[in-house]
Design a protein around this ligand. Structure first.
Ligand SMILES: Nc1ncnc2c1ncn2[C@@H]1O[C@H](COP(=O)(O)OP(=O)(O)OP(=O)(O)O)[C@@H](O)[C@H]1O
Length: 244
């Protein structure tokens, strides 16, 4: 459902040129969680922005649900939910108004929207605050609203950019359980994080990205065996120490 082939991205301005992605290739299928792991500035967000059609690659090709992200951005957007740790929400709307607004933008019918709202509010334990202004909510509550509005159309592909950033362990667990539940339902999930233990627990396969290059990818246990390391963190340091 997600195919990334030789994707590079160069940001250019008058002062400098930054190669944020350097010929990155990977894939992720339905019912799978693929983790993109790397330190600050590795290129994770750039890669996810390309998949969500916000940025165009400088070279290479990316497809979501068989649609090329450059040629068919509208079809891609219909099929994805892009969830980031710092997506803004309108302070003067309530969570319910926010979710309804985005549901209408996706062209959902009234009956589907009502059913979907009930399902989402129960899943994220939101019922107590769906009529409180967003501006008065805590960070964790806002993150729930942010997720709710991006999954209201029940997309088959979910793209999570550091979904648990700034959340306490209770809300983070709620979000992580939601991700696992999505896998159960056959969604194709790509997740970026720099929390290696989180990735190891959640992901079926993962890739380590550093300075725009995807250094390795595979199942955690296979990578651990290949690099003779106990966990992903050790593999990461072993790669860095060997000069990547
Ligand atoms: N719009 C932009 N213009 C210029 N450079 C950019 C832009 N966006 C990202 N970059 C640069 O591209 C590189 C990769 O950034 P990116 O945000 O993809 O990293 P990241 O792995 O998501 O990092 P973090 O974990 O800190 O969010 C960095 O050097 C960053 O400064």
């Amino acid at each position: 459902m997600i195919e990334v082939n030789g994707v590079s991205k160069i940001f250019e301005d008058s002062a400098q040129e930054t190669k944020a992605l350097d010929e990155v290739s990977f894939s992720c299928c339905a019912g799978e969680i693929f983790g993109l792991l790397g330190p600050n500035g590795a290129g994770k967000t750039t890669c996810l922005r390309i998949l969500s059609t916000v940025l165009c690659p400088t070279a290479g090709e990316a497809k979501v649900a068989n649609y090329n992200v450059v040629d068919n951005p509208q079809e891609v957007r219909r099929r994805i939910g892009f969830i980031s740790g710092n997506t803004g929400i309108y302070d003067r709307l309530t969570p319910h108004e926010t979710v309804l607004y985005f549901g209408k933008l996706y062209g959902l019918s009234k009956s589907f929207l009502k059913k979907r709202c009930d399902e989402i509010y129960e899943m994220f334990q939101m019922t107590d605050f769906i009529h409180t202004l967003n501006g008065k909510l805590s960070t964790g509550m806002k993150q729930k609203v942010s997720i709710a509005r991006t999954i209201v159309h029940d997309p088959p592909v979910l793209i999570f950019d550091e979904p648990t950033a700034n959340l306490d362990i209770l809300v983070a667990k709620n979000v992580l359980n939601f991700i696992l539940d999505c896998r159960e339902k056959g969604k194709c999930i790509i997740l970026s994080t720099h929390i290696m233990s989180e990735a190891q627990k959640l992901c079926d396969r993962l890739g380590i990205i550093h300075k725009g290059k995807l250094l390795v990818q595979g199942k955690t246990e296979d990578l651990c065996a290949q690099y003779d390391c106990g966990d992903i963190e050790d593999i990461f340091f072993s790669l860095i120490d060997s000069g990547f």
